[in-house]
Structure formats: structure tokens, C-alpha cells
Design a protein around this ligand. Structure first.
Ligand code: GDP
Length: 432
């Protein structure tokens, strides 16, 4: 999701304009000059496109003087945003500070949209035109208070922001796509047969298509799912050499087409390296995950205890995945697969509103700040969820965050928001 930074002096109507953009009174309006707030980020939507609005706070002279503050704010905006909305009070005109910011923005080459605010009526439009002198292109006359011109301004803003990366899966109707994967002999085809046999299954043979029906609609838990490459599961080709290579190609292809994977494990045998590689393929592909321990009918008490230890020791990195203990042979607990799939898919598509994410982040970082590096504690500025399926977060900071601190953030995210059954990505954008 692209990020728009809003910059401007206090009292130019920046907060009012941010509220206009958000379409609700979300930003706190500070009429007191000199009150600089911390960066605040919000979600916004215009013409169906989502973007994040970061209100960078106003600038006022401090110990470093006005020039220092102005330059700092403008740089922060440039470094953290895909586009900058620069707000000027048209009734006052461009001040020295505005001109300093214009120079920084101009040099940066970042796309800038210039808002000439407080143009409440047609007579004031001449004030806006005077701002052409800043060299930042067309000044958009707006009245944040009355809403005048804000539609044109938002159109201009969206024209300069990059398109959000297209999400690979849309909220289309139709069955959710499942990859049933696992190393040879864990019971994949047995499970498929059990699922197909126990509930009425429909074969995807749309009349007039010559396509090999490799995928199959299977009803599980009263819901129809698209199982990917069931032909491959049934065919049971055992190449003399390179069998693992071919089966991993097939697994990769199935994952590419699927939204969620059931990784089948043989509960009666220790977790193998091949099992681990298959699990990694799922997390690296960014798909939702359900772990199913098959052949539960074979387990005695001793093996059960061993398995519990193996899960902690070998599968700790996917401790967030739902686990289902099943038997393809007896049909034990196969009805628990559907709720587990639903849980994972729901987490996979979860979006945390930016406001909520940032109030959460503020609390977490306040209680446990990142460790200092070479005497400086990196500041965590704000975060935004860049996407879903799987959830992807971008955290903006003033310095490098240790991998351990990223893992800490992921653990806290999971504790507080769930995300059972989905990998999550956290990337850091450092503003130099
Ligand atoms: P695939 O290679 O993963 O498709 O595995 P198969 O479905 O061919 O199963 C491999 C072997 O495990 C076969 O002999 C199955 O009968 C057996 N098997 C599969 N599921 C179970 C189960 O739940 N319990 C037991 N006891 N055996 C199973």
C-alpha cells in the first residue's frame, strides 16, 4: 500500500486536510502553534484505491533552529513516503520555511503535490496561483474546512502514488484452493480418497473443456474446496532416480496455485528433513498452513510422548500453525481439517487498520524499546500493513533493528492479533 506523507507548518490547516482525506474526524486537531505531534499514520481510500496517510507533525523552531526542524521533517517525509502532499496556507503565501522545504522536496525528486489551502472562494484563487513560484508544479487550491477542491487534490495525489502491488488472490467467489502436500508415503492419496469417499465429491469436468482435470472439487466439512493437482497425487509415479526432485517441483507448482497447504506428516515416524523442506516451501511461498499428523491410529503412548517433544523441538518455527491429528485409514478427526483450513485462511487475509496497528506498536515499543546500536537507540516511527495473503508489514525506523527485535515484534503481533496458520512478513524501512 503506497504511503503519502503530509507536510506543512502548523496552522496551515494540515490536520483539517488530513481529516478531509480520511473522510472522518480521525486526526487530532491542534490549534496551538508549536505543538508538534509524533508521526501518525491512517488508512485512506479514494476511488477504490487504498493508501496510507502519514501526518508528519508540524515544525517549529527548536534547539537546532527552524531550518534544522524544517529540513528534518521534509527529509523524514521523503524517506518514508512514496509521495508528499505539501500544504501551504495560500492566504499567507510561501514563507521562508516553506521555501526551504520546497528546495528539499525539489532536490529529492519525490513526487510532490502542492495544496494551496484556505482558498475558501473563487476570489482567493489568485493566492493559490502565486505558489507556482515554488517550482513544485501546479498548486491545487483547496478549502480543507469546506471541502472545496479536495476531490481534484486527491485525484492528483493518486496520480503520483505508485499502484499498490496487485494482490495475487482477489476476494473472488469460488472454492478456496488447497494443496495437499507431504513426502511420499505419509498418506496423501489415502487421505484424498477418504475425503472424497466420505462426502460427495464433484469432479471438475466442465463440458467443452479439454483441460486435464488435474484439480478436483472436494467437499470437506460441508464446504467445497478446490484440491490442487489431485491427478498428481493419484498417479503415484515413482521415478527410479530424482523422485524427490520431481515431487518437489510438483509441490512447488501446487503451492503456486493454492491459497492454503495441508502439510501431511507421518505421526508414527520422526519429523524428517524432507518434511522440514516442505514446510519451508509453504512459508516461503507465503501460503496459509495447516499441519496434519496422519496415521494416528498407529500411535502408542510412548510414541505420542516422543512426538510431543519433536513438535516442540523441530516444528517450533511454525508453532502458529493449527495441528490436526488424523487417520486417513479410520477417518479419525478428518472433520477437523475444514475448521483448521478456515482459521488459517482467515488469518492469511487479515488486515489490521493502520490506526490500531500504530497504537499497538506505540505500546509495545514504549514498554520494550529496541536495543541500542553503537550508543543510539533506533526510533520506531510507525508501521503500515503493506498487504495481505499473507499479511505483510513495513516498520519505519531511524535505524537498523536487530533480527531478534523483529522476531520479538512478530511474536507480539501473533500474541495480540492471532494470525494462527499464516506466515507474516515484517520488513524494516530505515530512514537515514
Ligand atoms: P502418499 O504417498 O502420501 O500418497 O501415501 P499413501 O496414501 O499412498 O499411503 C502410504 C501408505 O500408508 C499406504 O500403505 C497406506 O495404506 C498407509 N496409510 C495411509 N494413511 C494411513 C493411516 O491413517 N493409518 C495407517 N495405519 N496407514 C495409513
Amino acid at each position: 500500500q503506497p504511503v503519502l506523507a503530509v507536510v506543512g507548518r502548523p496552522n496551515v490547516g494540515k490536520s483539517t486536510l488530513v481529516n478531509r482525506i480520511l473522510g472522518r474526524r480521525a486526526a487530532i486537531i491542534e490549534d496551538v502553534p508549536g505543538v508538534t505531534r509524533d508521526r501518525v499514520a491512517y488508512d485512506a481510500v479514494w476511488n477504490g484505491r487504498r493508501f496510507t496517510v502519514v501526518d508528519t507533525g508540524g515544525w517549529e523552531p527548536d534547539a537546532r533552529g527552524l531550518a534544522g526542524r524544517v529540513a528534518e521533517q521534509a527529509r523524514a517525509a521523503i524517506d518514508t513516503a512514496d509521495g508528499v502532499l505539501f500544504v501551504i496556507d495560500a492566504t499567507v503565501g510561501a514563507t521562508d520555511a516553506d521555501e526551504a522545504v520546497a528546495r528539499v522536496l525539489h532536490r529529492s525528486g519525490r513526487p510532490v503535490v502542492l495544496a494551496a489551502n484556505k482558498v475558501d472562494d473563487a476570489r482567493a484563487e489568485a493566492d493559490a496561483a502565486a505558489l507556482w513560484s515554488l517550482g513544485l508544479g501546479e498548486p491545487y487550491p483547496v478549502s480543507a474546512l469546506h471541502g472545496r477542491g479536495s476531490g481534484d487534490l486527491l485525484d492528483a495525489v493518486l496520480a503520483v502514488l505508485p499502484e499498490a502491488p496487485r494482490e495475487q488472490f482477489t476476494e473472488e467467489d469460488g472454492p478456496r484452493r488447497v494443496a495437499l502436500i507431504g513426502r511420499p508415503n505419509v498418506g496423501k492419496s489415502s487421505l484424498l480418497n477418504k475425503l472424497v469417499g466420505s462426502e460427495r465429491s464433484l469432479v471438475d469436468d466442465v463440458a467443452g473443456t479439454t483441460r486435464d482435470p488435474v484439480d478436483e472439487l472436494v467437499t470437506v466439512g460441508g464446504e467445497t474446496w478446490m484440491f490442487i493437482d489431485t491427478a498428481g497425487l493419484r498417479r503415484r509415479v515413482k521415478e527410479a532416480s530424482g523422485a524427490e526432485y520431481y515431487s518437489s517441483l510438483r509441490t512447488a507448482a501446487a503451492l503456486e496455485a493454492a491459497e492454503v497447504a495441508i502439510v501431511l506428516l507421518d505421526a508414527d515416524e520422526p519429523v524428517t528433513e524432507q518434511d522440514q523442506r516442505i514446510i519451508s516451501m509453504v512459508t516461503e511461498a507465503g501460503r496459509a498452513l495447516v499441519l496434519a499428523f496422519n496415521k494416528w491410529d498407529l500411535l502408542d503412548t510412548e510414541r505420542r510422548l516422543d512426538l510431543e517433544q519433536e513438535i516442540v523441538r523441530d516444528l517450533g518455527r511454525v508453532a502458529w500453525a493449527p495441528r490436526v491429528n488424523i487417520s486417513a485409514r479410520t477417518g479419525r478427526a478428518t472433520d477437523r481439517l475444514a475448521p483448521a483450513l478456515r482459521t488459517s485462511l482467515e488469518s492469511w487475509g487479515t488486515r489490521i487498520p493502520t490506526g490500531r496497528l500504530n497504537s499497538w506498536l506505540g505500546e509495545i515499543v514504549g514498554a520494550t524499546p529496541p536495543p541500542s546500536r553503537s550508543g543510539k537507540i533506533p526510533r520506531v516511527l510507525f508501521a503500515t500493513q503493506a498487504g495481505v495473503r499473507p499479511p505483510r508489514f513495513v516498520v519505519f525506523t531511524t535505524g537498523f533493528l536487530e533480527p531478534a527485535y523483529r522476531r520479538f515484534l512478530e511474536r507480539k503481533l501473533r500474541e495480540d492479533f492471532g494470525f494462527a496458520g499464516t506466515p507474516i512478513e515484517i520488513s524494516i524501512r530505515v530512514r537515514e
